[in-house]
Write a protein that binds this ligand. Structure first.
Ligand SMILES: C[C@H](O)CC(=O)SCCNC(=O)CCNC(=O)[C@H](O)C(C)(C)COP(=O)(O)OP(=O)(O)OC[C@H]1O[C@@H](n2cnc3c(N)ncnc32)[C@H](O)[C@@H]1OP(=O)(O)O
Length: 709
């Protein structure tokens, strides 16, 4: 396809400062593509030849963003290592030319300045950004299984120091303007209205920028080969602990920085483009990129074809407990909507208020917001013990005790007190939404909205439509969740919905293994090694052993015997073991915060077992994980989830299924359905029916069909 419109525009002002505006035609956001290289190279030659030009400002023509990095779709389309390496090398060439210009070059940044976008800014001599909430600087490549491939591994450490640069590149964290100024990432922070002017003035002042004062740590560790070795070794160890060796990019990032520091920039850049090419071709990066594509696609969906959300101006939350407090909190802090919390007790209300206050105050302490902003957001939250001031709510989220009768009461109260269009969303984790809606005179307004704990941290919500839920109610609920910063998946009404259903079988299998003599810490370690953020036994303590015990019989009754929890677990409840919440579970919860969690070994006696010979990590993990995979496919077959993509995102964002595997369905594609069926059948022979592969998997095993591509 021939490019007719240009991406870069050059305007030479009378004062000799040229302004280069990047504006990719027809796109909402600027990304870097290979085809821009010749255009930029030509422009740079033009700048070098023009004697009038005394300085250059690089700015974006997009309203709310600078440059969001290299075009991820372009990277995805690379089919060889060499092609991907060449992309990186071409970036090096052109950014190198920009850096070598004799005139001062200043990046003027507003909005997202990420990945290759920040690398472009790093190749400029100075940087100024706006103080706007949308302005974020970062190198998030690691989250895509990649490393910064346009010079980031070399220029960032030289600008802000090795330790800080490693931290940014290994976590992919995004830096806000104030912090960026403090760490020397930018030279100035200004209001958006004067961004261009400030950049022009910086360019007029020349190339020189005040030298950043090195911290003591830098002097001690970064300036000598010996000191750096300590730093890199520590970073490697930390990476190994965090990633369990499952992610190839972090050690390569460290290596690039090491080579750049020891052998110089040219050697560092050569290593960077070589590794970049290798990483683009890894299965881990492909899986992580698929998550990016899935989530951007999902942002555009309303949740119900053809339906639009009704306006959302006010929310009500029923119940001020842990979940209610969390839901109210993200409603004011993320959605910025007024919320009224109703509880029968003052205690519940003060709990919700303090929950939200503590979270906002943390933001003040970390200087993410001012005290005045905190107070303004808190003012969006009000409380009541009666149904006062609730009638005009557009959506009501119910987070009361898991009791069907009580939920029925709530439905009837809200139908009486609120308008005919008010959505009634239940945060139940176990009761079928259809049953909750059974007493409703407007069942079309009733829906499930299942959050995960802690609400402010967990990115997923399940939106559960029962048979009579209207499309408008679905779209309104999806829009509400998205305003709260959540990623919603729309699922069908059924016991355990999707996430808890696949989780339950995985947890049951871990429980079986425990009863067979595997130790608590060994089991947890095996699944952490596999890639889960925490092991299943820790998770059970966190969720609550009592909660698990309450859900298990419902799942068994609705879905069959494979969901039967081991009978021995009853003994835990008889021993008052509920998990972290009452300080008594599988682990010890003393007052003193010891560094490493200790298993409460008395739990073995309660269960009547003695830990025996430890099985291999991979074997333990496989037994738990294949249960989850098999059940995920059943959910797809039954229409509980709408597609494999939602199933992957639900498992990753709701449970922490290892992102580098791309979710259960991507993982099945990687394994091959035939192999999974063979594993399941092997276990079926050994351990019984609960491992019987579902029909869809068996068919896929014979046809060779895949879920994706
Ligand atoms: C060589 C280099 O080192 C390698 C790299 O740079 S790798 C890329 C690193 N950059 C990133 O990971 C940033 C990815 N992007 C984002 O995080 C977010 O899109 C954002 C924060 C920039 C904006 O978020 P938001 O405002 O919610 O908009 P969002 O819906 O995500 O994106 C808008 C559009 O831009 C596209 N987009 C954003 N960043 C993109 C990228 N890096 N590549 C391709 N497309 C991108 C989205 O796909 C979407 O396209 P569409 O409208 O056609 O579907």
């Amino acid at each position: 396809m021939e490019m007719t419109e240009k991406t870069f525009d050059l305007n030479v002002r009378d004062d000799g400062i040229a302004v280069m505006t990047m504006d990719v035609p027809g796109e909402t956001i600027n990304t870097l593509r290979a085809e821009f290289v010749p255009e930029m190279t030509e422009l740079l030659a033009q700048i070098r030849a023009d004697q009038r030009i005394k300085g250059l400002v690089v700015i974006s023509g997009k309203k709310d963003s600078f440059v969001a990095g290299a075009d991820i779709a372009m990277l995805d389309a690379c089919d060889t290592r060499d092609k991907a390496s060449e992309l990186s090398a071409a970036g090096h060439q052109v950014f190198g030319e920009l850096e070598k210009l004799e005139i001062p070059v200043v990046a003027a940044i507003h909005g997202a300045c990420l990945g290759g976008g920040l690398e472009l800014a790093l190749a400029c001599h100075k940087r100024v950004c706006t103080d706007d909430g949308k302005t974020m600087l970062g190198l998030p490549e690691v989250q895509l299984g990649l490393l910064p491939g346009s010079g980031g591994t070399q220029r960032l450490p030289r600008l802000i120091g090795i330790a800080k640069a490693l931290d940014m590149m290994l976590t992919g964290k995004q830096i806000r303007p104030k912090q960026a100024l403090k760490m020397g990432l930018v030279d100035d922070v200004v209001p958006q209205t004067i961004l261009l002017q400030a950049a022009i003035e910086l360019a007029q002042k020349g190339k020189k920028r005040p030298k950043r004062k090195a911290t003591l740590m830098e002097l001690a560790l970064e300036r000598t080969h010996f000191g750096r070795n300590i730093l890199f070794d520590q970073a490697l160890k930390q990476v190994e602990r965090k990633t369990q060796g499952n992610y190839p990019a972090p050690p390569k990032i460290i290596d690039c920085v090491r080579i750049g520091a020891d052998e110089g920039m040219a050697a560092g850049l050569a290593t960077e483009s070589r590794y970049f090419g290798e990483l683009v071709m890894t299965a881990e990066s492909a899986a992580l990129r698929s998550i990016f594509f899935a989530t951007t696609e999902m942002k555009k969906e309303t949740g119900a074809d053809g339906a639009e959300s009704r306006p959302l101006k006010k929310a009500v939350v029923l119940g001020g407990g842990l979940m209610g407090g969390g839901i109210a909190s993200v409603t004011i802090s993320k959605a910025k909507l007024p919320v009224r919390v109703k509880d029968i007790s003052e205690k519940g209300l003060s709990n919700a208020l303090s929950y939200a206050y503590k979270l906002l105050d943390k933001g003040v302490k970390r200087r993410h917001m001012s005290a005045a902003q905190r107070d303004k957001q808190m003012a969006l939250m009000s409380t009541t013990t009666e149904y006062i001031g609730v009638h005009d709510a557009d959506i009501v989220v119910e987070a009361v005790f898991e009791d069907l009768k009580l939920k029925h009461q709530m439905v009837q109260d809200i139908e009486r007190e609120c308008t005919a269009h008010t959505v009634f969303a239940s945060n139940t984790s176990s009761l079928p939404i259809g049953q909750i809606a059974a007493v409703a005179s407007r069942p079309e307004n009733v829906i499930g909205l299942h959050y995960f704990s802690p609400v402010e941290k967990m990115p997923l919500v399940e939106v559960i439509a029962h048979e009579k839920t209207s499309s408008e109610t679905i779209a309104t609920t999806v829009a509400f969740a998205r305003k709260q910063g959540k990623t919603p998946i729309v699922v069908k009404d059924g016991a355990g919905f999707y996430v808890n259903r696949i989780l339950a079988l995985y947890m049951n299998e871990a429980a079986q293994l425990l009863l067979e003599g595997q130790s608590v810490e060994h089991l947890d370690q095996a699944l952490v090694k596999f890639g889960f953020p925490v092991g299943p036994i820790t998770l059970l303590d966190e969720v609550g052993i009592d909660v698990g015990a309450k859900i298990a019989p419902i799942l068994e009754q609705e879905l069959g015997e494979r969901f039967r929890a081991p009978a021995a677990f009853e003994k835990l409840l008889q021993d008052e073991r509920k998990g972290r919440k009452n300080g008594k579970g599988f682990y010890l919860y003393g007052k003193k915060k010891s560094k490493k969690k200790q298993v409460d070994s008395s739990v073995y006696k309660v269960l009547g077992i003695t830990p025996g010979v430890a099985s291999e990590n991979a074997q333990l993990a496989q037994r738990c994980v294949v249960q989850m995979l098999n059940e995920a496919v059943r959910c797809l077959d039954e229409g509980i989830i709408r597609n494999a993509r939602d199933g992957d995102i639900g498992a990753i964002f709701g449970i922490g299924f290892p992102p580098f595997l791309g979710g259960p369905f991507h993982y099945i594609d990687t394994l091959g359905a035939a192999k999974l069926v063979a594993i399941l059948e092997g276990y079926q022979q050994q351990f019984g029916q609960r491992f019987a592969p579902c029909e869809r998997l068996k068919t896929m095993a014979t046809t060779g069909q895949r879920f994706f591509g």
